[in-house]
Design a protein around this ligand. Structure first.
Ligand code: NAP
Length: 282
């Protein structure tokens, strides 16, 4: 039976390391969070605010009504935070309501304050393996993989999902580490080829948002499985991978909840500290 990667313990260790960095600053970094009134967004915001406060990072948060918010409301808020020297990091929750274009929003955030790494300038730097601030979820995935101590060079890595905030940045980070990386998506599944790709993955990252998309029987024995998906089934939070059966085959597997999620929150904090430093904070 594989080892379950403890995201909470990894997050706690990261927090400990960050605390001394924040304590050494003369000023406090400040994170501004824009969230929407959906249960998932409110929960994530709560976790962000809690961890920021525990670390001594100042936090201001604004919750917008998903049904009524206009693109101008979001843009006004971002412009105000861009112009405010007391704000060092800006994080806008995704998914955004359908009337808001996330690509347009990503171009509006000051790249030095973009703690989710979604501004085109930050995405481009990632392409050249020179990211200063990267996708928090993608960094969390790499942190979990690194916690296994298994070297990635030459490994067969398969990423399922090619979204701009998770699948694509994860695949870039795996490439940077010289893993042979395959990216699967909805068309891979439609073509009936998802199983074949998953079966040869020595490192599998699944970020889709469909419960039980990956049956445990598909998992390559002794592989590393990182499940990013968050789904609610019968009131219970589950990932995209059939956990119990997958655990029997994998060498390491991240659970949902308690895997990628807590580490992602800490990556938001790490990026806020990085953004503070980039803006001359000390
Ligand atoms: P997203 O933007 O909806 O992207 C989902 C991706 O999955 C898309 O690339 C989509 O391809 C692909 N896909 C859809 N159906 C598929 C199928 N049947 N087979 C293979 N690929 C399929 O979602 P996201 O923002 O990347 O998030 C993915 C999941 O991770 C969600 O459950 C989300 O809640 C969770 N998440 C967790 C964290 C965390 O910290 N734990 C952070 C962010 C997201 P097409 O675009 O081609 O349709």
């Amino acid at each position: 039976m594989g080892t379950v990667l403890d995201g909470k313990a990894i997050a706690a260790a990261l927090e400990e390391r960050m605390r001394s960095r924040v304590e050494a600053f003369r000023r406090r970094p400040q994170l501004a969070i824009l969230s929407f009134n959906t249960p998932a967004s409110r929960l994530f915001e709560l976790m962000q605010v809690e961890r920021a406060r525990a670390l001594g990072i100042q936090c201001r948060n604004e919750v917008l009504d998903s049904a009524r918010v206009t693109p101008e409301d979001v843009e006004r808020r971002i412009q105000a935070w861009n112009a405010d020297p007391a704000v060092h990091g800006i994080f806008v929750h995704q998914p955004m309501p359908p009337q808001i274009d996330p690509q347009r929003i990503s171009t509006m955030i000051d790249p030095q304050k973009d703690v989710e790494g979604i501004h085109p300038q930050n995405s481009a730097r990632r392409f050249f393996a020179k990211a200063r601030i990267g996708s928090c979820t993608a960094l969390a995935v790499m942190e979990l993989i690194d916690s296994t101590g298994v070297p990635l060079e030459g490994k067969e890595a398969v990423v399922v999902g090619h979204s701009e905030i998770v699948g694509r940045p994860v695949s870039m980070l795996l490439l940077d580490r010289l893993a042979t990386t395959t990216v699967c998506h909805v068309a891979t599944n439609r073509a009936g080829r998802l199983e074949a790709h998953v079966r040869r993955a020595e490192v599998l990252v699944v970020a889709v948002g469909r419960p039980r998309l990956i049956p445990g029987a598909w998992i390559r024995p002794e592989s590393i499985v990182i499940d990013v998906g968050i789904n609610v089934v019968d009131g219970k939070v589950v990932g995209d991978v059939e956990f119990e059966t997958a655990r029997d085959r994998a060498a390491y597997i991240s659970p949902v909840p308690g895997g990628v999620g807590p580490v992602t929150v800490m990556m938001v904090m790490l990026n806020t500290i990085e953004a503070f430093r980039l803006q001359g904070g000390a």
